[in-house]
Design a protein around this ligand. Structure first.
Ligand code: GRF
Length: 198
Protein backbone atom coordinates (compact mmCIF):
# COMPACT_ATOMS: atom_id res chain seq x y z
CA UNK A 1 0.00 0.00 0.00
CA UNK A 2 1.37 3.41 -0.98
CA UNK A 3 0.06 6.88 -0.02
CA UNK A 4 0.94 9.86 -2.25
CA UNK A 5 0.20 13.57 -2.64
CA UNK A 6 1.97 14.58 -5.83
CA UNK A 7 3.92 13.48 -8.85
CA UNK A 8 4.45 9.95 -7.54
CA UNK A 9 7.87 9.21 -9.01
CA UNK A 10 8.72 7.19 -5.90
CA UNK A 11 5.47 5.28 -6.34
CA UNK A 12 6.37 4.66 -10.00
CA UNK A 13 9.73 3.20 -8.99
CA UNK A 14 7.92 0.77 -6.67
CA UNK A 15 5.31 -0.11 -9.32
CA UNK A 16 8.09 -0.79 -11.84
CA UNK A 17 10.06 -2.95 -9.39
CA UNK A 18 6.90 -4.87 -8.45
CA UNK A 19 6.44 -6.09 -12.03
CA UNK A 20 9.25 -8.56 -11.26
CA UNK A 21 7.84 -11.37 -9.05
CA UNK A 22 11.32 -11.88 -7.54
CA UNK A 23 11.05 -8.41 -5.99
CA UNK A 24 8.43 -9.84 -3.61
CA UNK A 25 6.15 -6.80 -3.40
CA UNK A 26 2.61 -6.27 -4.63
CA UNK A 27 1.21 -2.73 -4.47
CA UNK A 28 -2.32 -3.57 -3.29
CA UNK A 29 -3.68 0.00 -3.41
CA UNK A 30 -2.65 3.65 -3.68
CA UNK A 31 -4.29 6.32 -1.54
CA UNK A 32 -4.05 10.11 -1.72
CA UNK A 33 -5.12 13.15 0.27
CA UNK A 34 -6.13 15.01 -2.90
CA UNK A 35 -7.68 14.10 -6.27
CA UNK A 36 -6.33 14.60 -9.80
CA UNK A 37 -2.63 14.09 -9.11
CA UNK A 38 -0.11 12.32 -11.30
CA UNK A 39 0.51 9.80 -8.53
CA UNK A 40 -3.06 8.51 -8.84
CA UNK A 41 -2.79 8.35 -12.63
CA UNK A 42 0.32 6.22 -12.28
CA UNK A 43 -1.57 3.77 -10.06
CA UNK A 44 -4.54 3.62 -12.44
CA UNK A 45 -2.23 2.99 -15.37
CA UNK A 46 -0.71 0.08 -13.44
CA UNK A 47 -4.19 -1.32 -12.69
CA UNK A 48 -3.86 -0.70 -8.94
CA UNK A 49 -7.01 0.33 -6.98
CA UNK A 50 -6.98 3.93 -5.70
CA UNK A 51 -8.82 6.00 -3.11
CA UNK A 52 -8.82 9.66 -2.05
CA UNK A 53 -9.44 10.98 1.48
CA UNK A 54 -9.41 14.78 1.67
CA UNK A 55 -9.03 16.40 5.08
CA UNK A 56 -11.59 19.05 4.04
CA UNK A 57 -14.29 16.42 3.53
CA UNK A 58 -14.21 15.49 7.23
CA UNK A 59 -15.37 17.39 10.32
CA UNK A 60 -11.88 17.51 11.76
CA UNK A 61 -8.43 16.13 11.35
CA UNK A 62 -9.01 13.24 13.77
CA UNK A 63 -12.05 12.07 11.78
CA UNK A 64 -10.00 12.17 8.57
CA UNK A 65 -7.19 10.25 10.22
CA UNK A 66 -9.54 7.57 11.57
CA UNK A 67 -11.18 7.12 8.18
CA UNK A 68 -7.81 6.91 6.45
CA UNK A 69 -6.66 4.31 8.98
CA UNK A 70 -9.86 2.27 8.43
CA UNK A 71 -9.57 2.47 4.66
CA UNK A 72 -5.93 1.38 4.69
CA UNK A 73 -6.85 -1.53 6.99
CA UNK A 74 -9.40 -2.82 4.46
CA UNK A 75 -6.51 -3.72 2.15
CA UNK A 76 -4.66 -5.56 4.96
CA UNK A 77 -1.24 -4.29 3.86
CA UNK A 78 1.95 -5.74 5.32
CA UNK A 79 3.64 -2.40 4.74
CA UNK A 80 2.34 1.15 4.19
CA UNK A 81 4.73 3.41 2.26
CA UNK A 82 4.22 7.17 2.51
CA UNK A 83 5.89 8.29 -0.72
CA UNK A 84 5.64 12.05 -0.94
CA UNK A 85 2.48 11.99 1.21
CA UNK A 86 2.30 15.58 2.47
CA UNK A 87 0.20 14.99 5.58
CA UNK A 88 1.12 13.89 9.05
CA UNK A 89 -0.84 10.83 10.05
CA UNK A 90 -2.52 11.01 13.46
CA UNK A 91 -3.04 8.93 16.57
CA UNK A 92 -5.53 6.46 15.17
CA UNK A 93 -3.43 5.77 12.09
CA UNK A 94 -0.31 5.30 14.20
CA UNK A 95 -2.14 2.99 16.59
CA UNK A 96 -3.35 0.77 13.74
CA UNK A 97 -0.49 0.93 11.27
CA UNK A 98 2.45 2.70 12.93
CA UNK A 99 4.80 -0.25 13.19
CA UNK A 100 4.40 -1.11 9.48
CA UNK A 101 4.38 2.42 8.04
CA UNK A 102 7.49 3.98 6.50
CA UNK A 103 8.00 7.47 5.11
CA UNK A 104 10.64 8.87 2.84
CA UNK A 105 12.14 12.29 3.56
CA UNK A 106 14.46 14.27 1.24
CA UNK A 107 17.20 15.01 3.79
CA UNK A 108 19.65 13.12 5.98
CA UNK A 109 17.80 12.83 9.29
CA UNK A 110 18.05 14.18 11.90
CA UNK A 111 18.99 17.25 9.79
CA UNK A 112 16.29 19.36 8.16
CA UNK A 113 13.00 17.69 9.15
CA UNK A 114 9.73 19.03 7.74
CA UNK A 115 8.49 20.22 4.38
CA UNK A 116 11.59 22.05 3.13
CA UNK A 117 14.49 19.60 3.45
CA UNK A 118 16.24 20.44 0.14
CA UNK A 119 15.82 24.24 0.56
CA UNK A 120 17.08 24.18 4.14
CA UNK A 121 20.08 22.02 3.24
CA UNK A 122 20.95 24.49 0.47
CA UNK A 123 20.49 27.52 2.72
CA UNK A 124 22.66 25.95 5.43
CA UNK A 125 25.46 25.36 2.94
CA UNK A 126 25.94 21.65 3.64
CA UNK A 127 28.13 19.80 1.14
CA UNK A 128 26.28 16.48 1.44
CA UNK A 129 22.58 15.81 1.87
CA UNK A 130 20.33 12.95 0.82
CA UNK A 131 17.23 11.02 1.71
CA UNK A 132 16.04 8.98 4.69
CA UNK A 133 13.53 6.15 4.91
CA UNK A 134 12.13 5.83 8.43
CA UNK A 135 9.36 4.11 10.36
CA UNK A 136 6.76 6.75 11.20
CA UNK A 137 6.18 7.85 14.76
CA UNK A 138 4.31 10.80 16.27
CA UNK A 139 7.06 13.30 15.42
CA UNK A 140 7.95 15.06 12.18
CA UNK A 141 10.50 12.88 10.35
CA UNK A 142 11.83 11.55 13.67
CA UNK A 143 11.14 7.80 13.50
CA UNK A 144 13.64 4.92 13.49
CA UNK A 145 15.81 5.02 10.37
CA UNK A 146 15.54 2.14 7.89
CA UNK A 147 17.91 3.45 5.19
CA UNK A 148 19.73 6.58 4.11
CA UNK A 149 21.42 7.67 0.91
CA UNK A 150 23.78 10.61 0.41
CA UNK A 151 24.18 12.98 -2.53
CA UNK A 152 26.59 15.91 -3.02
CA UNK A 153 25.42 19.52 -3.01
CA UNK A 154 27.01 21.27 -6.00
CA UNK A 155 28.08 24.92 -6.08
CA UNK A 156 25.54 25.95 -8.70
CA UNK A 157 22.58 23.96 -7.30
CA UNK A 158 19.20 25.57 -6.81
CA UNK A 159 16.42 23.91 -4.79
CA UNK A 160 15.02 22.19 -7.86
CA UNK A 161 18.30 20.72 -9.14
CA UNK A 162 19.23 19.57 -5.65
CA UNK A 163 15.82 17.99 -5.02
CA UNK A 164 15.95 16.19 -8.37
CA UNK A 165 19.37 14.72 -7.49
CA UNK A 166 18.02 13.68 -4.09
CA UNK A 167 14.91 12.13 -5.65
CA UNK A 168 16.96 9.96 -8.03
CA UNK A 169 18.92 8.53 -5.09
CA UNK A 170 15.77 8.39 -2.96
CA UNK A 171 13.96 6.17 -5.47
CA UNK A 172 16.77 3.58 -5.54
CA UNK A 173 16.99 3.59 -1.75
CA UNK A 174 13.22 3.18 -1.43
CA UNK A 175 13.02 0.32 -3.91
CA UNK A 176 15.90 -1.53 -2.28
CA UNK A 177 14.77 -1.04 1.32
CA UNK A 178 11.06 -1.76 0.74
CA UNK A 179 11.98 -4.94 -1.13
CA UNK A 180 14.14 -6.09 1.75
CA UNK A 181 11.47 -5.24 4.33
CA UNK A 182 8.95 -7.29 2.36
CA UNK A 183 11.21 -10.26 1.66
CA UNK A 184 13.20 -10.41 4.87
CA UNK A 185 11.03 -8.68 7.48
CA UNK A 186 12.53 -6.24 9.95
CA UNK A 187 12.90 -5.56 13.66
CA UNK A 188 13.23 -2.33 15.64
CA UNK A 189 15.27 -2.38 18.85
CA UNK A 190 16.22 0.89 20.61
CA UNK A 191 15.60 2.80 17.36
CA UNK A 192 17.86 0.42 15.41
CA UNK A 193 16.06 -1.03 12.42
CA UNK A 194 17.46 -4.32 11.16
CA UNK A 195 16.36 -6.48 8.26
CA UNK A 196 15.52 -10.09 9.03
CA UNK A 197 13.00 -11.83 11.25
CA UNK A 198 13.49 -12.37 14.98
C1 GRF B 1 10.11 13.19 -2.38
O1 GRF B 1 11.38 13.81 -2.44
C2 GRF B 1 9.66 13.00 -0.96
O2 GRF B 1 10.66 12.63 -0.09
C3 GRF B 1 9.17 14.39 -0.65
O3 GRF B 1 8.47 14.78 -1.81
C4 GRF B 1 9.02 14.10 -2.93
C5 GRF B 1 7.90 13.31 -3.57
O4 GRF B 1 8.18 13.00 -4.87
N1 GRF B 1 8.38 14.42 0.54
P1 GRF B 1 7.25 12.04 -5.75
O5 GRF B 1 5.80 12.46 -5.54
O6 GRF B 1 7.50 10.63 -5.31
O7 GRF B 1 7.70 12.28 -7.16
Amino acid sequence: MVLVSGSGTNLQALLDAATDPAYGVEVVAVGADRPAITGLERAERAGVPTFVRRVGDFGDRAAWDADLARTVAEYQPDLVVLAGFMKLVGQEFLARHGSRTVNTHPALSPSFPGMHGPAEALAHGVKVTGATLFVVDAGVDTGPIVAQTAVPVLDDDDVESLHERIKAAERSMLVEAVGRMAREGFTITDRKVRFGRE
